[in-house]
Design a protein around this ligand. Structure first.
Ligand code: ATP
Length: 366
């Protein structure tokens, strides 16, 4: 992953897109850096594909400015932009071999034959398909066809690669493998990748930075770790992973911090970052909740609860509980490090749960 701040390669400034009554993208500002793997993430209909298509030039903005590599793009046609798009369906020509498919874009623009050959060979090597150059697409696996589509975009040497749900047509195992391949490819070729996805795990594991979109706007732009650990609001917190929310209100500010009253837990004093937070939801991730928290340690929240259900996922389990005071639901994630039922609570069981106050967040509703 890029560690140094790089200069912006794509600047989206106040861009909106309206389709009749629908505002698909609403005054979005984004700076995407050179050499970063950037993800646009959000639920269906949030405007991420429309934003990507505007960067590609396949859709004209209703208003706003787009600058790529220092040049105004709004009046630049798609084929004159230093970008290349890989589509979800990764359409490849069925009658052409792998190398003919990859070289197609160079041949139609009149690139000399020997240069085409050299660049095709280089692109095939980058996606590790050099040994399959003479195959036809129907002799390839889904993952290999996807790599042909990538090579076909790479061979044009774009400054920015645009990827629209590039892995969604692949099955789960292959998708995981291609996630690793795509990130190492991005690092090897050293160009900016902008990927649209609705899959939060995919965005978290692949991207240097993620813009989470909601209703045409950017709800938060941050690194995967910051998004997960410091979500801007309840929308981001719930979209990236799971979160428990308990309604709360501020009682007073004291010298020790912010005193809040939380449903089911009573009065708590938030210190550190949380002392400046404004919000109405006291939030804790399920994996930060423990069963039988330490009794005498300061800085812990403790509460009685009853198990109402459990879900087993192999490596982890979710334990669904209700708080003894008021019955609010909460989920607890536990690792299944031990075989068998040992240590795994059963439905109906009463227990004490708890978490470090410093691991909780006070979130605004989003
Ligand atoms: P998905 O993951 O389902 O593709 P998305 O986040 O990519 O969703 P967009 O495809 O950008 O969302 O669509 C954003 C909004 O704009 C939606 O309400 C959609 O119905 C609308 N929209 C997109 N394209 C058009 C169009 N050509 N004409 C009219 N409305 C459109």
């Amino acid at each position: 992953m890029s560690t140094q701040p790089e200069r912006p390669i794509v600047s989206v400034r106040g861009i909106s897109k309206r389709f009749g009554q629908t505002t698909a993208v609403d005054a979005v500002d984004l700076e995407i850096r050179e050499n970063e793997f950037f993800a646009l993430l959000g639920p269906s209909g949030c405007g991420k594909t429309t934003l990507l298509r505007m960067i590609a030039g396949l859709e004209a903005p209703s208003s706003g400015e787009l600058v790529i590599d220092g040049q105004d793009m709004v009046r630049t046609p798609p084929n004159a932009r230093p970008v290349n798009m890989v589509f979800q369906s990764y359409a490849v020509f069925p009658h052409m071999t792998v190398e003919q498919n990859v070289g197609y874009g160079l041949r139609v623009t009149g690139t000399p034959a020997d240069e085409t050959r050299r660049r095709v060979a280089e692109a095939l090597e980058q996606v590790r398909l050099d040994h399959l150059a003479t195959r036809k697409p129907d002799q390839l696996s889904g993952g290999q066809r996807q790599r042909v589509a990538l090579a076909r975009a790479l061979v044009k040497r774009p400054r920015v690669m645009l990827l629209d749900e590039p892995l969604s047509a692949l099955d789960a195992k292959l998708r995981e493998q291609m996630q690793l391949e795509l990130t190492s490819l991005q690092r090897a070729v050293g160009i900016t990748f902008i990927m649209v996805t609705h899959d939060q795990d995919e965005a978290l594991s692949m991207a240097d930075r993620i813009a989470v979109m909601n209703n045409g706007r950017v709800a938060q732009l941050a690194s995967p770790v910051d998004l997960y650990e410091h979500p801007a609001d309840t929308f981001v917190a719930g979209f990236i992973g799971r979160i428990n929310l308990l309604p709360s209100r501020v009682v007073r500010r004291s010298l020790d911090g912010l005193v809040i009253l939380v449903e089911g837990l009573g009065e708590l004093t938030l210190a550190g970052d949380n002392a400046d937070a404004e919000g109405t939801q006291f939030a804790i991730r399920p994996e930060k909740v423990v069963i039988d928290p330490p009794v005498d340690e300061a800085g812990w929240v403790r509460a009685g609860a009853t198990v109402v259900d459990t879900a087993y996922y192999g490596d982890t389990s979710q334990i669904f509980v209700t708080l003894s005071d008021g019955g609010r639901p909460l989920s607890v994630a536990i690792g299944n490090a031990r075989r068998g039922r040992e240590g795994r609570p059963q439905t109906g069981q009463s227990l004490t749960i708890g978490w470090r106050l410093a691991d909780a967040l006070l979130l605004a509703e989003g």
